[in-house]
Design a protein around this ligand. Structure first.
Ligand code: GLU
Length: 449
């Protein structure tokens, strides 16, 4: 454990397996680790858990980095587990030398059968350690049959206990767990082992991860103790759930960070949601990432699961977009349409849910198409008193007062046909703003009467 008053640098890590797109739940774990490192002036490592070559791809690893970068979660160091096979081999040898691993020859079918028998008998499905009893001759016979051993770690302790930073005191009966396989029959080292080795080698001080890893932690503490001296503080947070209450899944494309980017969600809206969901704080939009860092307190993270409601994200995003000043967003708008100026932005931002929505309004304002008018007579009368330019924010009021006088219309009867005639839309930003964006000539040209 980290000793109080000890000046040890806090080191956390985020260790995704590059086997799919990263989702909100994964990113929340990344964010918590990143924030914990940042508030403690520590170091945050990105470790790519890619020892399983069949399931891992470079493409997914790159996407994970892209997503983190896009969100502003920067890492101080990164490495791929696939670059460390030699280190794992050495550590494995160390365990072999100390008699803490044993060769097993069961095929997966044989193991399956054992598990079924145990479960039919109503017992726990714990590996029976029968490989420990194999004689040298039996092992040789297996090998001459062409079988290759997989290797299990011999867990000695009956119980592992730790003080979890989030869940408090945890005590796990190791005899209720199977000795973990560390090396597969094809020689590939497995997660339980490689993660323990890396956490030691990279001097990780705090492992913060989902509570689906709680029993892994017991096994890994036993493993870490067998390998080295090392004090790691563990913390297990509740996993986020889908709005249905189901587990979030990587296969669930709709909650991937990539999909939110494609829906034009702003990184800060996502970070604001993830920093507050599943905590004792209320979900709200943060001003910037600095505020998120300043307010972060690991103890506010709840041990009961938070639910992802995409509506919440949409609401935060909308609030964020509508709070942006032209100066904050000028460059992005210039990429959408160089004619969007401050007046344009201020006029339409109240009608946007995403920044990209402005494209629709740019199209409505700037297009050269004619608009078919239903209420031709009325619109004609309105245009007969169209004021001369320059226009300002009082023009609409003066103009409509005159139309009212001329036609006797008022309220919706007066405003809606004009909105439709000038924009082709039933809803939208305030007309007093819109007419300024359109201008006299455009209005006269576009209405088909
Ligand atoms: N690759 C593991 C996972 O994605 C890492 C878990 C850990 O943080 O140790 O579940």
């Amino acid at each position: 454990m980290i000793q109080k008053g000890n000046a040890m640098t806090v080191i956390t890590r985020f260790a995704p397996s590059p086997t799919g797109l990263i989702h909100l739940g994964n990113i929340r774990t990344a964010l918590i680790n990143w924030l914990f490192a940042r508030v403690n002036n520590g170091k945050f490592i990105l470790r790519i858990d890619d020892t399983d070559a069949e399931r891992s791809t470079k493409e997914y690893a790159d996407k994970i980095k892209y997503d983190l970068d896009w969100l502003g979660i920067n890492y101080d160091e990164t490495f791929d587990q696939s670059s460390r096979f030699e280190v794992y081999a050495k550590r494995f040898q160390q365990l072999k030398d100390s008699g803490r691993v044993y060769a097993c020859y069961e095929t997966s079918e044989e193991l399956d059968r054992k598990r079924k028998l145990l479960s039919a008998a109503g017992g726990k499905q714990v590996y029976d350690r029968s490989a420990l009893k194999l004689t040298d001759q039996q092992k040789k016979d297996y090998e001459s049959e062409g079988r290759k051993p997989h290797w299990r770690f011999l867990m000695n302790s009956e119980r592992i206990e730790w003080n979890d930073l989030l869940k408090g005191k945890i005590s796990i009966d190791l005899t209720s767990l199977s000795d973990p396989v560390l090396i597969r029959a094809d020689g590939v080292p497995l997660y339980t082992f490689t993660s323990a080795v890396d956490d030691i080698d990279y001097k990780v001080t705090n492992v913060i991860r989902g509570d689906d890893h709680t029993s892994n932690t017991a096994v890994q503490i036993e493993l870490i103790n067998a390998l080295d001296e090392c004090d790691i503080t563990f913390a297990h947070h509740a996993l986020l759930q889908a709005s249905t209450g189901n587990k979030l899944s990587k296969r669930d494309g709709v909650i991937s960070i990539e999909s939110f980017r494609e829906q034009n969600m702003e990184p800060l809206a996502i970070l604001s949601l993830l920093a507050t969901i599943g905590t004792s704080n209320s979900i709200e939009l943060k001003k910037d990432i600095k505020q998120i860092i300043d307010e972060f307190k690991i103890e506010t993270i709840s041990t009961s699961p938070g639910r992802i409601e995409t509506d919440l994200l949409n609401a935060l995003n909308k609030k964020l977009v509508q709070s942006l000043n032209f100066i904050d967003i000028k460059d992005r708008l210039a990429n959408v349409d160089s004619r969007i100026d401050e007046l344009f932005w201020n006029s339409v931002k109240g009608n946007l849910s995403t920044v990209e929505d402005i494209k629709n309004w740019a199209d409505i304002v700037f297009n050269e198409d004619k608009i078919d008018v239903e209420d031709k007579e009325f619109v004609k009368q309105a245009l007969s008193v169209i004021p001369a330019e320059p226009w300002d924010e009082n023009t609409w009021e003066t103009w409509t007062a005159e139309i009212k006088e001329l036609t006797g219309r008022k309220g919706k009867e007066l405003f809606l046909p004009l909105r439709e005639a000038f924009t082709g839309m039933k809803h939208g930003p305030e007309m007093k703003q819109l007419i300024q964006l359109l201008g006299r000539e455009k209005i006269l040209n576009r209405v088909n009467i």
